[in-house]
Design a protein around this ligand. Sequence first.
Ligand SMILES: Cc1ncc(C[n+]2csc(CCOP(=O)(O)OP(=O)(O)O)c2C)c(N)n1
Ligand SMILES: [Mg+2]
Length: 627
Amino acid sequence: MKQRLTVGQAVVRFLANQWTERDGVEQRTVAGFLGIFGHGNVAGIGQALLQAQRTGAPDMPYRLARNEQAMVHTAVGYARMRNRLSTMACTASIGPGSTNMLTGAALATVNRLPVLLLPSDVFASRAAVPVLQELEVPAAGDVSVNDAFRPLSRFFDRIWRPEQLPQALLSAMRVLTDPAETGAVTLCLPQDVQTEAYDYPDELFTKRVWHVPRQAPDPLAVERAAATIRGAHRPLIVAGGGVIYAEASAALDRFARETGIPVADTQAGKGALNWDHPNAVGGIGATGNPVANRLARNADVVIGVGTRYSDFTTASRSAFQHPDVRFVNLNVTGFDAGKLSALPLVGDARAGLSALLPALHGRRFTGDFRDDVAAWQAAVDHAYRGRGTQGDLPTQAEVIGVVNEACGARDVVVQAAGSLPGDLQRLWRSRDPKQYHVEYGYSCMGFEIAGALGIKLAEPGREVYTLVGDGSYLMMAQEIATAVAEHLKLIIILVQNHGFASIGGLSEQVGSQRFGTSYRYRNPRSGDYDGARLPVDLAANAESLGASVIRCRTIADLVEGLKQAREADRLTVLHIETDPEPSAPSAESWWEVPVAEVATLHSTRHARTEYLAGKRDQRHHLRPGGL
Ligand SMILES: Cc1ncc(C[n+]2csc(CCOP(=O)(O)OP(=O)(O)O)c2C)c(N)n1
Ligand SMILES: [Mg+2]
């Protein structure tokens, strides 16, 4: 039997019947649509979504976003909260609507999180080119702006004819549901093709279940890895996001307790073990803590589990200083498993840890890191209560402390860019693997509110706190209006420090004297933004978008405000001005940011000397991973 449907209708009906299964639990692969209509999709996907809604079955909810980049962030937040097993589709009009999704596509792919992007495309018929918003390339008739999605997508296709659709949909689903390949999946839909009908076979629309396996690593590789670990003296585990996506916290807990190996975590892996787990040593790398970084410096075998080894994690490859250090990497992608010349264990984190533990034959390590961790936690307590440098302005560390203490174990904290990710990695105490949601693969300003929306959609029962700097807020606050329209409650803590505390500090470090990093009036005399404070009122801005706003002047105000926000049933913004000076203890680590080789400025020349000193600790890590 066949069904005569438009391409738009076929896409919607197909997606409504896709399911993902892992460990016997099924959930919708694509739980709904986010979108913004224009002439590229209003009559195609738009008509199809309306028809699906009016005819009642099957369920495919549609949510109207306010910005296309933001709606991809929302889909990413959703997918991350669902451990990559469920996501959203994003429909955008042609031209700017679609290219607005490029940043979201890159973010999804960098973070290995599934999102289904359906940018609309120019007429396949080309009857009256150029259509409004079409890019004309004189030397290439088949190029459109959507070709910019190619390098950002793990799968890309353009449906020039309706009969191409079934195969493209199956390929898209395969990549979306494969934990090793997943990321942005892009199907470009020309605006005329979206409305064209075809007799699609019934089987395209029957329920389909995409089984996500827990791939076990090769047994011989497990033996080799176990031999390497058994021969270690000072091993260290680096837990990345793969531990969380694989729901491998219990397996890691057991592995760590039985071997005695300390566990450091990355931004994506934070919360893999609770902060007070006996083996947890906290964050590693440039934004980590000195205890984890000391263990890293001296480790002779590093066991990376589900980590991409970003430059923040490896302190730009200066973190591991043991002359004979070797790496054993358990990762679902061969690409990551092979990093730092490791002995690769390609497989699921839970399956891999469970296979590796018995192969260690009871080998136990007796590291003496507990006292150091306790001393570090005392430093965190101190920072939570600490005072800043600017009169009685609260510090960012105090704000983090108060939010942490207000959070229940199942609540979620969201962040992405600025000085907050580093402070959060150092100071936040996670009590649940899904509590800490800092997007630090792409570290995209503006993710905070839009991403939080996706998290709330994925887990409506959890309170979602999002911390957003004034810079990030100004880039993408408009999704407050989306949240209000959807009756979705978020608690937004708007950290006002009048510019870029992060890049301001970095600028100083590289000798650039905080040039162009503060939000003040331009001073005609200095030429820089060091004039008076701007009459910008972000609290009023949030109010104007429909939020309930609490202006907090002191930490006590924030404590009280958080109480009110939790009790409220609507989106609340807590606005607080903070001291922009760093308030968390140092990571005792390094991050490579290059400094000008020649300069007339003394500040730059001084920074260059410091930079070269840091670079001396950088390592290649080319030693073969096995024994
Ligand atoms: C979209 C985007 N543009 C630029 C950057 C580079 N960048 C990183 S942090 C930052 C400033 C963030 O300012 P704010 O949100 O106020 O946080 P603060 O540094 O004050 O903590 C900038 C510009 C980025 N990460 N993302
Ligand atoms: Mg700021």
